[in-house]
Design a protein around this ligand. Structure first.
Ligand code: C2E
Ligand code: CA
Ligand code: CA
Length: 614
């Protein structure tokens, strides 16, 4: 890492500086303070001796200079064997009077000399001069210098080796933490982008392909919610292990957050290779996971974006491409992979346009509610109608609800839209007693508070008895926040409305949900019915669902009944209620009313149903 190198260099220089300071600073300081000390001593000595001499001069101003014995006695340094100074006294003419000791010691450099005037009552009478040798000080300084040089070297070594290693390992740890995901130890987004930039630069040089995979686990949240976060974490680790088995040494697997992973694969020569890897990952992740005794089944959706060596794709762009492709995989049923295509950008723009159009259509009341009859197989009469919203776009024509309902969800329109459908449906159904009216609820409604209050309000305002309203929900609402959702469902049920499980059999864990809530009705998904005639497996499943719903005392409805044969088989299987084009397509309120009013229409429905009994 760049900055770690800088820190290491800084530590090296600091170590060197400290070592130099110790090696040279210590003797320099020793010398400096030693000199100060000697200087101070000499100053004290000279002051004392000058005082003594001045007294002597004061006693004999005319001839003091002849009393050299007394002077010598006065300025003699007593009792100190290692005294290395010499004192000299001069008269006012500058002639030397006395020198103590008489024999000049070896006064070569270095020396320190101080001179002070002698006075006879204020009149200069001569000088005293004291010279000290600095040799002992210098000698000691050299010893100190040698010691501190050794110390300095040791310091340098210690500072360089020990903390550098500590620093290096601390730095390595910090940069590891900052660039890796703590749970899986995989590179995080920051490192991923860094590697991606390198890979892209490398591919430009090497003229090879770089593939970026964006992975999103399917149903991960479900595991997290049902088995708890600890198991969710364990699952993420297991997923990491499995994906790693599909990769080569130089591929990068990163965790970008939550259940999102990404892969960089370099050195590809054709996009086919990317499909191979994607398929392998989908296959290894679709096998059940064993999590401390619990089994979890998830899946993965993948988006792939490729960059060729010759174009200047930047990392953001390619990752965005992979995300768009991933989005495509998710909306086309999960558990698959898509390559990024340029059109995806256009699709995204088209969705934005659709969002604006939908908002406008809703505000301008361009939406409509249509009704499809639900027919009781044994009584051969319409028992209920399902409200289905319709949007006729001025340019695009009829837009399918499966296209615009998710869009409404994304732009926060699902609530007002549902309330509007609910109000219309309840209002219209008032005149259709005793028929029930079924209204579809999107999963997202259960994520925000106020759903129960809204339903209660609409019932009150329209005056529809609650037991004539049936709310259709899909299994997905139970995937997230199951507890909360179940409590909302219970409160709805307490209002007196009925709850139906729609599209049964298509979800992740259909059966387990039936145990958790007493649904009033189960609607078998039309996909089973469309295969019903020719597929024995589908028949077996439908029979099983019917048997089970009987046992659970839930009513059953088969959706998408289009042929007499289907109806017949369903009746034989014990199905009570059907819904489908055979009995009527979704139709406007007026058409619905006409159908209900006219006995002929009811007969027509019967007529369709009559052959079923034969
Ligand atoms: P769904 O709740 O499963 O609605 C039944 C769908 O099956 C309707 O599609 C209906 O037209 C279609 N269908 C009915 N009988 C047959 C048949 O015999 N054969 C075939 N092939 N299809 C049949 P539609 O009206 O296009 O609605 C699609 C989905 O949009 C609905 O599926 C429902 O999930 C959603 N949706 C419709 N209206 C609303 C609404 O007001 N709110 C919410 N949240 N979702 C709605
Ligand atoms: Ca429905
Ligand atoms: Ca359905």
């Amino acid at each position: 890492m760049e900055s770690s190198g800088a820190l290491v260099r800084l530590a090296k220089w600091l170590g060197l500086l400290t070592a130099l300071l110790i090696s040279f600073g210590t003797p320099a300081a020793y010398l400096h303070f030693g000199y100060q000390r000697v200087d101070g001593e000499v100053a004290g000595e000279i002051r004392y001796k000058a005082q003594q001499l001045s007294q002597l001069i004061g006693g004999n101003p005319e001839y003091w200079q002849f009393e050299d014995l007394r002077i010598g006695e006065l300025i003699k340094q007593s009792g100190e064997g290692d005294y290395t100074g010499q004192s000299r006294v001069f008269d006012s003419a500058g002639n030397q009077v006395v020198q103590v000791p008489a024999e000049t010691p070896d006064f070569t450099w270095p020396t320190l000399t101080q001179r002070r005037q002698l006075f006879d009552y204020g009149v200069p009478a001569g000088d005293i001069e004291i010279t000290h040798s600095l040799k002992p000080l210098y000698r000691q300084t050299i010893l100190v210098a040698m010691g501190s040089l050794v110390l300095g070297f040791l310091t340098f070594w210690a500072l360089r080796m020990v903390p550098l290693r500590l620093l290096q390992s601390a730095w390595n740890r910090i940069s590891y933490l900052a660039s890796h995901d703590a749970l899986t130890n995989l590179p995080n987004r920051v490192l991923f982008i860094d590697r991606l930039q390198h890979a892209l630069a490398g591919s430009v040089r090497g003229h090879s392909l770089v593939a970026v995979y964006s992975l999103d686990l399917d149903h991960f949240k479900d595991v997290n919610d049902t088995l708890g976060h600890a198991m969710g974490d364990l699952l993420l680790k297991r997923v990491t292990e499995r994906v790693k088995t599909c990769l080569r040494q130089d591929d990068t697997l990163a965790r970008l957050g939550g259940d999102e992973f990404a892969i960089i694969q370099t050195g590809l020569d054709e996009p086919r290779a990317a499909s191979v890897l994607a398929e392998r990952i989908i296959s290894v992740l679709s096998k059940p996971f064993e999590l401390d005794g619990n089994e979890a089944v998830i899946g993965v959706s993948i988006g792939i974006a490729m960059a060729a060596g010759d174009d200047a794709t930047d990392s953001d762009e390619i990752l965005k491409g992979a995300d768009l492709a991933l989005y495509k995989s998710k909306v086309t049923g999960r558990g698959n992979y898509h390559f990024f295509r340029d059109e995806m950008d256009a699709e995204l723009r088209a969705r934005k346009a659709m969002e604006a159009d939908l908002r406008k259509a809703f505000n301008d009341e361009e939406l409509e509610v249509h009704y499809q009859p639900q027919v009781s197989l044994d009584a051969e009469r319409i028992t209920a109608v399902e409200a289905l919203v319709r949007w006729h776009h001025p340019e695009r024509g009829d837009v399918h609800p499966s296209e615009f309902i998710p869009v409404a969800g994304m732009i926060g329109l699902i609530r007002p839209l549902t309330e509007w459908v609910l109000r219309k449906a309840c209002g219209d159904a008032l005149n259709w007693a005793p028929l029930k009216v079924a209204v579809n609820l999107s999963p997202s409604l259960f994520k925000q508070p106020g759903l129960v209050v809204m339903v209660e309000r609409v019932l009150k305002e329209t005056g529809l008895p609650p037991d004539r309203l049936e709310l259709e929900i899909t299994e997905d609402i139970l995937i997230d926040e199951t507890e909360r959702t179940l409590s909302v469902l219970s409160r709805l049920k307490k209002l007196g409305v009925h709850i139906a499980m729609d599209d049964f059999g298509t979800g992740y864990s259909s059966l387990s949900y039936l145990r958790q809530f007493p649904f009033d009705k189960i609607k078998i998904d039309h996909s089973f019915i469309s295969e019903f005639e020719n597929n024995e497996d589908a028949q077996a499943i439908v029979r099983a669902i019917i048997g089970m719903s009987r046992a659970l005392k839930m009513r059953i409805n088969a959706e998408g009944v289009e042929t007499v044969e289907q109806a017949e088989l369903l009746r034989a299987a014990g199905c009570e209620e059907v819904q489908g084009f055979l009995y009527g397509r979704p139709m406007s309120k007026n058409d619905m009313e006409a159908m209900l009013d006219s006995p002929a229409i009811d007969d027509a429905a019967k007529k369709e149903a009559v052959p079923l009994r034969a």
